[in-house]
Design a protein around this ligand. Structure first.
Ligand code: ADP
Ligand code: MG
Length: 697
């Protein structure tokens, strides 16, 4: 066997399960070695039977004395009963519907058994469906140790995958350790081979920790290197220098219907400085919902257009594209700037506030001829047939990360002349998701960051209240009155289906409740991530047009869209959300002249939940809450599951491994890239294999 031997050739088990394992992304021996358990059952302490009887669960080692199958009269189930004994005592074990056990565990066999004790009125104490393993020379793998538990699919048992991995474990010897010795010594890291052996079948908890440390280090180290390389690659590219038009910019700012906040000024200035360079900008603009990121972007867009270059502005949804088209057209209506909206369904151009229809074909032609200055759209902008004559600036609104591949595709859409000169547009991503500073470098290591950390002064405070269950009725009454006045309400639930998790409020249940008994006369719709994109858009559009009074939703509404007429944010199961997330949800209302309200209904009205929620009431900005979330609940809560995609390279490391993050940062910072290949060929090779950034070239 070799590391690249297909799983189908690993004995009987491999042959039988190759297909199923492929579904888990596992194809070779090496894949199995790097398929880590997600937890361990601690059966390491082998008890005597008499000790087991005084505890609730554990592992024993004993001899089978008797074993037999019989069928229950009522339930038509086959029960296997066995008596096991050791020097101290004996105990009964039972299994259900596994009659073959009598063939494996014959009387006289020595076995390990791990499981839980059950007390039955008629039968007394018994071990209920314990895991079993016959005592052999080799150390046990299913019992009598820290037992690894793997993520599996249907039809593949823990025992099967464990046995399969046991078979390939000797091959861990063949994995070359690419980490230079000095790094291992400095950070007290064990060899890769040992780490792989120990992550699957640890001797004890101490070794397990060592294995985890080493493997986490590897992942975070490669992630840091990757972001560094991307950063370097981008720096090697050329960009169009955007000359700052100071007079026109001042005039634009003066004519705005509001005064820019200091934070907006500072961020706009950072961007202007950056796009003046002939190296591409790669910047993230972070600011709470409603902090006014659009106008900051528009200041840059204006300068790009005055330099006679093009901007592409991308949004995650069509509605958001439409809204931003309107907003940006309005802001730039004093200027001779051609602004286009290009989505699946719509292609229009506005100039000096006048809107003209245009066929898609016509519009694409105009973009190619540099007759359009700003193109706003969804991902549809990344299409081969759309060629930009002069693309200098790309804005990605409300999306966490713009992949390296997408970036490469976009660069390919710029015309030939551009490509020859190794040009890349300037990139600006905008997000309302606050990234705590301690994480920013890991998550966005390749980006420079600008933060808008204050809201415009004119914002009305949103009246926020933690609602007790006995106050619900009166709160519903209040919502009814607001709706009577013409307003609209968001109702947010943690889940989609009642079955998703017991006891947690779901969108569907909430709909039944509100539509069924509380607001039967009102228009209520539901929105969640499992709906098709088209349906979501349709519902959001109806809500925007006030055809829906109450929108019951999961947190999908967090993203971007402005519903100025909505004045109520009602959050069920509020204690289940991250604080930063609640803060953002609240930011969906209070976006117009209407006084707005946010009601937080904790599912578990404990003192602790109340205290946590109170932080939302007091917070000055989302970033502050994100830091608090990170401390109290870990990074998963900040990014949510949907957004964790860009960290999929992390199998074992977590963003809360702050210490290891710091260590890997330190290493990467001090690596000398020029001598890397010569001094550390294994490391160099590993980087080359793992990091496919060729599409950047
Ligand atoms: P977000 O940061 O969530 O994208 P927007 O750019 O959509 O926020 O701005 C939200 C609203 O605030 C818009 O209606 C915008 O015109 C307004 N706005 C932006 N900056 C200011 C400001 N300095 N003072 C007052 N209102 C502002
Ligand atoms: Mg926005």
């Amino acid at each position: 066997m070799e590391l690249n031997t297909p799983i189908s050739q690993v004995g009987n088990l491999g042959r039988i399960f190759a297909k199923k394992l492929k579904r888990l992304g596992l194809e070779t021996v090496k894949d199995l070695l790097f398929y880590y358990p997600f937890r361990y059952d601690d059966y390491s302490n082998i008890l005597s039977i008499s000790d087991l009887k005084s505890k609730k669960s554990g592992t024993i080692k004993g001899k089978i004395k008797l074993i037999a199958n019989h069928r229950t009269a009522k339930k038509k189930m086959i029960i296997t009963e066995a008596i096991i004994c050791d020097e101290s005592d004996s105990i009964k074990c039972i299994w259900f519907n596994q009659p073959f056990l009598t063939k494996i565990l014959k009387p006289g066999t020595n076995v390990y058994l791990s499981g839980r004790l059950d007390y039955d009125k008629h039968y007394g104490l018994q071990l209920l469906s314990p895991s079993y393993e016959i005592v052999r020379k080799q150390a046990p793998i299913h019992t009598g140790r820290l037992v690894p538990i793997y993520p599996v699919t249907a039809g593949l048992s823990q025992k099967q995958i464990r046995s399969l991995i046991r078979k390939v474990i000797p091959l861990a010897q063949k994995v070359s350790d690419w980490l230079p010795r000095f790094i291992k010594t400095k950070y007290n890291l064990i060899n890769l081979t040992t780490a792989l052996e120990q992550i699957h079948f640890p001797f004890d908890k101490n070794w397990l920790e060592k294995a985890k440390h080493r493997l986490k280090f590897d992942e975070l180290f490669l992630l840091q290197i990757k972001t560094q390389l991307i950063r370097q690659k981008i720096k090697e590219k050329n960009a169009l220098s955007i000359r700052f038009k100071s007079k026109k910019t001042q005039e634009f700012v003066k004519n705005l219907p509001f005064k820019l906040t200091n934070a907006q000024r500072k961020c706009a200035w950072e961007i202007i400085r950056d796009i003046e360079k002939n190296q591409p900008m790669n910047r993230l603009l972070e600011g709470d919902v409603g902090s006014g990121k659009t106008v900051v972007a528009v200041i840059a867009i204006l300068n790009v257009a005055l330099n006679k270059y093009q901007t592409a502005y991308m949004t995650p949804t069509e509605i958001l594209a439409q809204q931003q088209f309107q907003n940006i057209s309005e802001m730039l209506k004093q200027y001779e700037i051609n602004i286009a909206l290009l989505t699946r369904g719509i292609s229009i151009i506005s100039k000096k506030g006048v809107i003209k229809k245009s066929s898609k074909k016509e519009l694409i032609e105009k973009i190619k001829k540099n007759e359009i200055d700003v193109v706003i759209g969804t991902h549809t902008l990344i299409q081969k047939k759309i060629k930009f004559a002069n693309l200098a600036f790309v804005i990605i609104d409300e999306q966490h990360r713009f992949g390296v591949e997408q970036r490469a595709k976009l660069i390919k859409q710029t015309t030939k002349v551009f490509k020859q000169k190794n040009f890349s547009p300037h990139f600006l991503s905008m997000t309302a998701t606050p990234i705590p500073r301690s994480l920013a470098l890991t998550v966005y290591g390749d980006l420079d960051i600008s933060i808008i950390d204050e809201l415009p002064k004119n914002r009305k405070t949103i009246i926020t209240k933690i609602v007790k269950h006995r106050e619900l009725k009166q709160t519903y009454q209040f919502i009814r009155e607001e709706i009577k006045k013409g307003r609209q309400a968001f109702v947010i639930c943690p889940l989609i289906d009642p079955s998703d998790k017991l006891g947690v409020k779901s969108v569907k249940e909430e709909y039944e409740k509100l539509k069924g008994t509380i607001f039967p006369d009102l228009n209520i719709s539901i929105l969640h991530g499992k709906l098709k994109a088209k349906e979501k858009e349709k519902i959001m559009k109806e809500f925007l047009e006030n055809k829906i009074n109450i929108l019951i939703s999961t947190t999908v509404v967090e993203v971007g869209i402005d519903i100025p007429n909505a004045s109520i944010m009602f959050v069920e199961g509020a204690d289940r959300f991250g604080l930063a997330q609640l803060y953002q949800l609240r930011g969906r209302v209070g976006r117009s002249k209407w006084q707005s309200y946010c009601f937080l209904v904790p599912e578990n009205p404990s003192e602790k939940a109340r205290k946590r929620l109170n932080a939302v009431l007091k917070a000055k900005n989302g970033l502050e809450l994100a830091e608090l979330d990170l401390k109290m609940r870990g990074p998963g809560e900040i990014f949510g599951t949907e957004q964790s995609g860009y960290l999929e390279s992390l199998k074992i490391a977590k963003l809360s491994d702050i210490q290891i993050i710091k260590e890997t940062q330190e290493v990467v910072k001090n690596l000398s890239w020029n001598t890397l290949e010569k001094k550390y060929p294994e490391l160099f090779e590993k980087i080359r294999q793992e990091i496919k950034i060729s599409h950047l070239d």
